[in-house]
Ligand binder design. Structure first.
Ligand code: UFG
Length: 326
């Protein structure tokens, strides 16, 4: 539920990607007008709702951003590269896409007189935490270039707030899973290649077993721990955030469930949901992975009046349905 009616047109950057397209569908299903800009380098044009105005272009293209911003009153900025391992092998791609793309967007927003922004940031801004759960005031020491680029964009947004009055909220996502049911199907995760744990676990087979990246981490069962949040709950937080934007203010909120699950616990829950064993092999660690990421979500609860409502089983079921496996 929104705390205030949204009589506006929202630009969704990255609206053909996983989280952006779910947001686009949820907003249009509530009668909110949207424009989507996405270069479809990882997104899919058919994931964009037909009610959206759709511009297929990258954030390198300032003229396309200018066109996309016409009639918009706010921006939800999802567009960007978001794979930890890829960022380690291709840091320049991440700097160009995430940092320079965002710089172009912020500049064009300023020129268009649009000052309201909700930004998709990431738990990877924290790096290896000193304390758990991680609160927004924890030190930010990213363990990979992906997290560095998200932190750099947050810094640029803070500057926009201080110097040009921007009203912004950055949402630091922990691990997102699940899907959104639409008429005739599901809007969910469709990456190629897929690197995320839950889809890899769900499509694991004897011929192609899911790899467990490291079994000697300093955790109770030796595998990494992450905090999973359902994509629909996540999108609800963006809608609440839009209603809480304040001029010259950049606020930061963690979005997770506040509970951590190890890689082995994910396999176990997926096995229960699917009613079968999940074939897996032990593999080496993946570069750039922190051992444990679990969110303190008390700030989002109190200030956004947000709370996740869908548990891990629900996320895995919806992911499996979207993949045609349930
Ligand atoms: N993992 C495996 N096998 C796989 C895939 C993943 O063991 O086939 C492990 C990873 O090592 C990690 C965990 O499962 O410990 C989760 O990995 P994901 O690739 O699903 O997600 P990440 O934690 O690497 O990253 C995700 C998003 C980032 C975001 C981060 C925040 O991709 O954008 O969550 O927690 F920043």
């Amino acid at each position: 539920m929104t705390s205030k009616p949204l009589d506006e047109r929202i630009l969704i950057t990255g609206g053909a990607g996983y989280i952006g397209s779910v947001a686009a569908h949820i907003l249009t299903s509530r009668g909110i007008e949207i424009t989507v800009i996405d270069d479809c380098s990882t997104g899919h044009p058919d994931a964009v709702p037909s009610a959206a105005r759709f511009i297929q272009a990258s954030l390198d293209d300032r003229e396309a951003i200018r066109t996309a911003l016409i009639d918009c009153t706010a921006v939800i900025h999802f567009a960007g590269k978001s794979l930890v391992a890829e960022s380690v092998t291709h840091p320049d791609l991440y700097r160009q896409s995430n940092v320079e793309g965002s710089r172009n967007l912020l500049e064009e927003m300023y020129l268009a007189g649009i000052s309201r922004l909700v930004f998709s940031s990431s738990a990877s801004t924290y790096g290896e935490p000193e304390m758990l759960p991680i609160s927004e005031s924890a030190p930010t020491r990213p363990a990979n270039p992906y997290g560095e680029t998200k932190l750099a964009v947050e810094g640029m947004i803070t500057h926009e707030g201080n110097s040009r009055g921007m009203a912004a909220i950055s949402l630091r996502y922990f691990n997102v899973a699940g899907a959104f049911a639409v008429v005739g199907g599901w809007i969910g995760e469709r990456h190629n290649p897929e690197t995320h744990l839950i889809p890899n676990v769900l499509q694991s087979s004897t011929e192609n077993p899911v790899e467990i990246f490291g079994n000697d981490w300093p955790t109770p069962d030796g595998t990494c721990i992450r905090d999973y949040v359902h994509v629909v709950d996540l999108v609800e937080a963006h809608i609440l955030a839009l209603a809480k934007l304040m001029p010259s203010t950049h606020k930061i909120f963690n979005l997770g469930s506040g509970r951590g699950y190890s890689v082995r616990e994910i396999l176990q829950t997926a096995s229960e949901v699917m009613g079968r064993e999940i074939p897996h092999v032990e593999a080496g660690v993946r570069q750039g992975d922190p051992a444990v990421l679990v969110a303190d979500i008390s700030r989002a609860k109190s200030e956004l009046t947000w709370a996740p409502t869908r548990n891990l089983k629900h996320m895995i079921e919806d992911s499996a349905r979207a993949m045609g496996l349930l």
